[in-house]
Write a protein that binds this ligand. Structure first.
Ligand SMILES: NC(=O)c1ccc[n+]([C@@H]2O[C@H](COP(=O)([O-])OP(=O)(O)OC[C@H]3O[C@@H](n4cnc5c(N)ncnc54)[C@H](OP(=O)(O)O)[C@@H]3O)[C@@H](O)[C@H]2O)c1
Length: 304
């Protein structure tokens, strides 16, 4: 018997309930996976509170979460893609907040040797978006990338991946995260009034900004991007909306193979997620509240 975290209507994270779930045996092309770690993303609390109800309508009861890592415990008939005992990463439509799931094998990525399941669970959404955005920008050794919200899941992955691509990085964060960004290898800048001037000052050491990844999408971050970057085609946001659209900043286009590529960087020691919150799965409501603060460093992980 599997256990799931579900909700029957939108509301505060306390609407989440815990309940048992009977799983059907895996069919052709499917495997049963025991989740060992589940990644938490801002989209999860937005899903539960109804912020996404127009863009992602749900059938209730619904299960939040779109990324997890675990172990294959059963494979469907005549299936050779994965074997019992394989470690896999899952990324898909909502439903990761459970102990086990029967999943389509085409939504799975093998966990490379040397990557823990905790790290693997963090890769799909934040790592996948960061990797995709930097590929979209064709970031390389001649670049200095400005990363807005560089201490979060997407931002901290992007700081590391940009450096893996040979680029220099200027990152924005609160005062509390300046040392953290420095440890990641970025030139840190605090956001807030005077942001563009502080970025220009950092560029004296880092070099002029040639590309921007915006992982926060505030009026301030968009204005700084517009002020600093003459070639707007070299800006991408993971927070699409009118503000970025009007400024000519493209939305991230998720790239095929991004999870495997990001996982490979993790296996090479070039991408490590800082885990700032670990919660038992049954305390998912607390994890969503922590995510909702908007000040997560790295990632939050749930443990089934
Ligand atoms: N389209 C996609 O596929 C995709 C994929 C992943 C994420 N996203 C979106 O991208 C955004 C970032 O996601 P995430 O997972 O990185 O979120 P997160 O882990 O919750 O990180 C949020 C970060 O934002 C920083 N921050 C808060 N206010 C800020 C401000 N005014 N200026 C600059 N930074 C600020 C915080 O740093 P401090 O604590 O230092 O303030 C925190 O580290 C979310 O909106 C998410 O939904 C989209």
């Amino acid at each position: 018997m599997s256990t799931r975290i579900y909700f029957t209507g939108y509301g505060e994270p306390t609407v989440l309930q815990v309940g048992p779930e009977e799983l059907a045996p895996p069919g052709p092309g499917q495997v049963r996976v025991q989740f060992r770690a589940v990644g938490v993303n801002p989209a999860d609390w937005r899903l539960v509170t109804g912020v996404l109800k127009d863009s992602m309508p749900l059938e209730f009861p619904a299960v939040p979460g779109s990324e997890a890592a675990g172990v294959v415990t059963e494979v469907g008939p005549a299936f050779e893609g994965f074997s019992v005992g394989d470690e896999v990463i899952w990324n898909g439509l909502p439903g990761a907040y459970r102990t086990e799931a029967v999943l389509s094998a085409d939504q799975l990525t093998p966990v490379p040797v040397g990557v823990s399941l905790e790290q693997a669970a963090c890769i799909p959404v934040a790592g996948g978006a960061a990797f995709s955005a930097l590929k979209q920008l064709a970031v390389g050794p001649d670049d200095v990338v400005l990363i807005h919200a560089a201490a979060g899941g997407v931002g901290s992955a992007a700081v590391q991946i940009a450096q893996a691509f040979g680029a220099g990085v200027i990152g924005t964060a609160s005062e509390d995260n300046q040392d953290y960004l420095r440890e990641l290898g970025a030139f840190p800048v605090t956001y807030g009034p005077g942001l563009a001037e502080r970025i220009r000052a950092a560029a004296q050491d880092a070099g002029p900004v040639t590309a921007v990844l915006d992982a926060v999408g505030t009026e301030e971050s968009v204005a700084a991007t517009v002020g600093l970057l003459s070639d707007r085609s070299r800006a991408v946001t993971t927070v699409p909306g009118t503000r970025s659209e009007e400024a000519g900043i493209a939305s991230v286009q998720l790239q095929e193979g991004r999870i495997w590529e990001a996982a490979t960087l993790a296996a090479e020691g070039l991408l490590t997620f800082t885990i700032s919150g670990r919660f038992p799965l049954i305390e998912a409501a607390d994890a969503l509240e922590a995510s909702r603060t908007g000040h997560v460093r790295g990632k939050i992980v749930l443990f089934p």
